[in-house]
Design a binder for this molecule. Structure first.
Ligand SMILES: Cc1cc2nc3c(=O)[nH]c(=O)nc-3n(C[C@H](O)[C@H](O)[C@H](O)COP(=O)(O)OP(=O)(O)OC[C@H]3O[C@@H](n4cnc5c(N)ncnc54)[C@H](O)[C@@H]3O)c2cc1C
Ligand SMILES: NC(=O)c1ccc[n+]([C@@H]2O[C@H](COP(=O)([O-])OP(=O)(O)OC[C@H]3O[C@@H](n4cnc5c(N)ncnc54)[C@H](O)[C@@H]3O)[C@@H](O)[C@H]2O)c1
Length: 449
């Protein structure tokens, strides 16, 4: 058995960044990745980048087939670049295979070429990501009409009738994208409301815009079964009015959340503890319950974003090469974006949350229609809402539903983190015409609550 200083299982965002960092410090690294189609991890191959590329192509009226071809060219380039980024380092060995634990510090790798390799790691970093959570619905398992987000982005033909189960991030982004490509899309969600955590005014506006774009919603959906009739799937459900409804679909996209990828790791052979959802339990420094074994990214549960996996790397880097003062719990200001049209971006408190917490706030609110750049972009839909603490003038949270919200939310997050009073954003000189210059007007006067 070969002993390696650092073993990283999974080529995800945090893991690959850590591999490069450790190698450049002169340390030996073994990167184990189960598929040569996944070098660089989910984000570049099957998640963020291909989906955002297709979303943009759909909005630009590119044909579905051309969009898929272009996306495949892009992901192949990114995969190659990511592989070379690690493989070009003398200290890094990339092994293609599935790793699983045989004890606390030993792993076995079933390589894609059919051999078995055994390693002992002085340090082991688990970065195996997450996989789609498949709900237990009669007729769903092994159904040829059922696809995940990965397969949805690799269809050879645009599905005419698409039913999406789940109205969260993937459900909404893919619904908007497939509608723009020309599919008829229906979203089914078991919750009574889509976007249940957003303020009602924002959620209602989004649902209205998506509905106007042609998307149908069935909320409070209890899916009874999926069957087949000729060349279509038949979905039987009851909705929140308890009406039984039957839908026909060429494809059913499952977007009901993603569960940590721990099943392949045989953690029962080690003392690495997982929670009820199979997520690896970590402390504030991302240590698992076994010394010198860390978990990075989606596999440890919690927020599933590429930038969280990257920030996990920063915490580990700080422990291994800094002063160890960086913690998971420091991460209180984390912006998010849902890439619908216009995009929805959020950071900190919503109005609903502020009220629940009894937090006093000034409310700054404006319609996207008042922004000249929105007119230039020919999309004046949306609204900007920012909450400010009247005692300190600091921003408590923002919900931006407007073109380019995914960019300008980072400015708000920065102001929150650096404790910059809202007046600085109000009085800032912005380039013109931009969406960010809306802050000049937005922060002029708080509105009545
Ligand atoms: C369709 C979609 C769109 C998304 N869009 C966004 C977005 O716009 N922005 C955003 O921030 N996030 C987005 N996400 C979430 C984001 O993709 C994930 O949070 C992120 O990729 C997680 O990275 P990670 O470092 O945890 O691991 P991953 O990137 O998931 O990498 C894990 C790697 O481990 C490998 N692996 C698994 N098990 C083993 C094993 N036993 N042995 C060896 N290798 C193994 C896998 O093949 C994989 O390459 C999206 C997700 C999806 C599905
Ligand atoms: N823009 C982004 O940053 C982005 C984009 C895509 C995905 N992601 C990440 O990937 C994760 C997974 O995305 P997702 O959309 O699969 O999960 P999600 O948690 O965002 O949404 C899942 C939805 O499925 C519904 N649901 C669950 N079980 C159901 C059932 N049996 N029947 C009907 N509805 C059901 C839930 O009510 C929920 O609305 C997200 O949480 C997010 O972290 C991020």
């Amino acid at each position: 058995m070969k002993t390696i200083k650092n073993i990283i299982i999974g080529f995800g965002k945090g893991g690959k960044t850590l591999a490069k960092f450790l190698a450049q410090r002169g340390e030996q690294v073994l990167m184990v990745e189960k598929s040569n189609q996944m070098y660089g991890g989910a984000c570049i191959n099957i998640a963020c980048l291909p989906s955002k590329r297709l979303i943009i192509e759909a909005a630009h009226n590119t044909s579905f087939e051309d969009a898929i071809d272009g996306k495949n060219v892009m992901t192949a380039q990114l995969r190659k670049k990511n592989y070379e980024m690690l493989a070009s380092e003398d200290n890094i060995t990339v092994v293609d295979g599935v790793a699983h634990f045989t004890s606390n510090h030993t792993i076995e790798v079933q390589t894609t070429s059919g051999s078995t390799l055994d390693y002992k790691g002085e340090r082991i970093f688990i970065n195996t990501g997450a996989k789609p959570q498949i709900p237990d619905i009669t007729g769903l398992k092994n159904n040829p009409f059922v696809i995940t987000s990965t397969e949805a982005m690799n269809q050879s033909k645009l599905p005419r009738e698409l039913v999406i189960i789940g109205g969260g991030y993937i459900g909404l982004e893919f619904a908007n994208m497939f509608t723009n490509f020309g599919s008829h899309v229906t979203i089914l969600d078991r919750h009574e409301k889509i976007l249940p955590n957003e303020d009602d005014d924002i959620a209602e506006m989004i649902i209205q815009n998506l509905t106007d774009n042609g998307i149908k919603f069935e909320v409070g959906a209890n899916i009874k079964q999926i069957s087949r009739q000729d060349e279509q799937a038949v979905i039987t459900l009851t909705n929140n009015n308890q009406h039984e409804t039957t839908l026909f679909a060429d494809k059913i996209l499952i977007a009901t959340g993603r569960q940590p990828e721990t099943a392949s790791l045989d953690l029962q052979n080690a003392d690495i503890k997982v929670d009820n959802h199979g997520a690896i339990i970590v402390d504030d420094h991302l240590h698992t319950s076994v010394p010198n074994v860390w978990a990075i990214g989606d596999v440890k549960g919690g927020s599933q974003f590429t930038y969280i996996s990257l920030d996990d790397f920063r915490i580990i880097k700080d422990e291994l090469a800094g002063n160890g003062t960086r913690h998971v719990s420091d991460r209180s200001i984390v912006p998010t974006s849902v890439f619908i049209e216009p995009p929805l971006a959020q950071v900190g408190l919503t109005e609903k949350e502020a009220q629940k917490q009894g937090q006093d706030y000034l409310l700054f609110k404006m319609s996207a229609a008042a922004i000249p750049k929105a007119k230039v972009l020919k999309d004046t839909r949306g609204m900007l809402k920012v909450l400010v603490d009247p005692a300190t003038n600091l921003i408590l949270g923002a919900t931006l539903y407007v073109q380019e919200a995914q960019e300008i939310i980072n400015m708000i997050a920065l102001a929150m983190r650096a404790k910059i009073p809202y007046q600085v954003l109000r009085d800032q000189i912005y380039t013109h015409p931009t969406i960010s210059e809306a802050f000049n007007d937005l922060f002029k006067e708080p509105v009545k609550k």
